[in-house]
Design a protein around this ligand. Structure first.
Ligand code: ADP
Length: 472
């Protein structure tokens, strides 16, 4: 972002400044000129009418005053207004002009193109006044009437530079005001820098570090501001990625450990058999240990593959309606030998003789297998495991309760983690992989259901999971 957003913003700001000045020098100038012209014209027109209706002109029209008297009145008015006054007869001849001395011979100056009707629409005109002036002037024309009859005209002409001077003054004030506004608007650029550019730069930098794999980059999002939410999300994402990386590292070290220990013992026993350290009559016993270890490796590989299918979210659920009671019975029967060995009994309590659920039967069978297997493994000899089904609204709840070693309170939330085994169980179950409950949870969650455990150390554990009741 650096080097792109800023120049763009500055370019935009420069364009804005240029356009603002251009607008002031064209639009403002033209409006001011119009306004000033009208203002001066109004004043001149009022003066012209006042003189035309004044007693001196009226008495001159009645031939009671001399042209000299009128001329001197016009001279004072012209000096006051800084303009040129004409007295004209009704045919458009100039009797005198204050810009010239009064003719002693009574000579008049004709204005051939004079047509007062051209001024009918407006009381003033900017131009050469019927071709008289070589340049543009502002002119007003007021009729002199006597007994409702036009006897002549008073024309007042004013040079436009007077108006231009006024316009320039207004324009200079506008330029100064605009410059102050533009300087103040620089605060917007500063605001953009602090509230948009800076937080965005920090976010971009952090995102760049994370994208390049540097998840240790310390990024502290602003607690306030519009980007705080984005910053917190980015921080959360980095934290999740970091945790994922750490989990992956732990996972690989756990796998390596779990594969290495059986492989080491297999290698050790086989080498001892080959080099004769283990005598022939004991070989049979050690070969059985080797077979047990390979079985454990086989189980571990199978469970890892199962978990992997869940990780890829590529698992395929074969949902169907089936009787959960039947599946429980069948699964429990597979543990007959293990139960006899430990003198463990099953007490199976069904809510109803038949309870139809909608789920993936093979996967639920695996869940039951894992939970019953754990219950037997961690139960004391000569105890009872209670398997129970209950239904509530649209759900069926299956629980497996043992009176075994239980789970310590501080480990209870970790038993669902891959490879996790409680300290209590480690000595009792050497074959366990710590993957069974992780698989169980994945399967139940894939059904959109829940699994929970209630356990007391030394008293026993109850695992309960829910299933969707069959609709038909
Ligand atoms: P494992 O193959 O080791 O049994 P699991 O994932 O099934 O792996 O179980 C993880 C750990 O949870 C076990 O090692 C044990 O410590 C604890 N656990 C599971 N079920 C029970 C139970 N019914 N009673 C006591 N501890 C249990």
């Amino acid at each position: 972002m650096k080097g792109k957003l800023y120049p763009k913003l500055l370019l935009l700001y420069a364009c804005f400044c240029i356009l603002s000045f251009a607008t002031v020098s064209t639009v403002t100038m033209s409006l001011t000129r119009k306004y000033e012209t009208k203002k001066v014209a109004d004043s001149l027109y009022q003066d012209a009418n006042r003189i035309a209706a004044g007693p001196l002109i009226q008495s001159y029209m009645k031939s009671r005053s001399s042209l000299e008297d009128v001329y001197s009145l016009f001279l004072s008015a012209a000096a006051y207004q800084n303009s040129t006054l004409w007295l004209m007869d009704k045919d458009g001849n100039i009797l005198f002009s204050t810009s010239k001395p009064l003719s002693s011979t009574g000579e008049i100056e004709p204005l051939p193109g004079f047509d007062p009707s051209q001024l009918a629409d407006s009381y003033y005109q900017v131009g050469d006044f019927f071709g008289y002036f070589p340049h543009q002037v502002l002119s007003v024309l007021a009729p002199i009437t006597l007994n409702y009859d036009i006897k002549g005209y008073i024309a007042i002409h004013c040079y436009l530079f007077k108006i231009d001077r006024e316009c320039n003054t207004v324009l200079n004030i506008s330029y100064i005001t605009l410059a102050i506004i533009l300087l103040l608007s620089l605060s917007l650029v500063a605001g953009f820098h602090f509230w948009v550019y800076r937080p965005l730069s920090r976010l971009t930098l952090a995102a760049r570090f994370y994208a390049s794999g540097d998840l240790d980059y310390e990024f502290c999002p602003d607690s306030k501001g519009d980007f705080s939410h984005l910053g917190t999300s980015l921080q959360y994402m980095a934290e999740t990625l970091r945790r994922g990386k750490e989990d992956q590292r732990k996972f690989i070290s756990n796998i390596s450990h779990d594969f290495r220990s059986p492989l080491t013992s297999i290698k050790g026993y086989l080498e001892a058999i080959l080099d004769g350290t283990i005598p022939k009559d004991l070989q049979d016993r050690y070969l059985h240990i080797v077979v047990a270890e390979t079985e454990r490796l086989n189980k571990l590989t199978k469970e890892l593959l199962t978990l992997n299918t869940f990780d890829e979210k590529g698992y395929f659920m074969e949902m169907q309606n089936f009787d959960i009671n039947q599946v429980i019975k069948k699964t429990a029967e597979t543990f007959e030998v293990a139960c006899i060995a430990k003198a463990i009994r099953f007490s199976i309590i069904f809510d109803e003789p038949s309870l139809m659920v909608y789920a993936d039967m093979t996967k639920i069978q695996q869940v039951l297998y894992n939970l019953i297997d754990n219950a037997i493994k961690f139960s004391r000899s000569n105890s009872t495991i209670i398997i129970e089904t209950n239904q509530k609204h649209e759900k069926v709840f299956v629980s497996i309760k043992d009176t075994g070693i239980g789970i310590p309170q501080d480990s209870i939330h970790r038993i669902w983690d891959r490879f996790y085994k409680t300290d209590l169980s480690r000595g009792k179950d050497k074959k366990g992989t710590g993957l069974g409950l992780a698989i169980t949870k994945e399967i139940i969650q894939a059904h959109g259901e829940n699994i929970n455990v209630v356990s007391t150390e030394g008293v026993g554990s109850t695992f309960t999971f829910s299933l969707q009741k069959s609709k038909n």
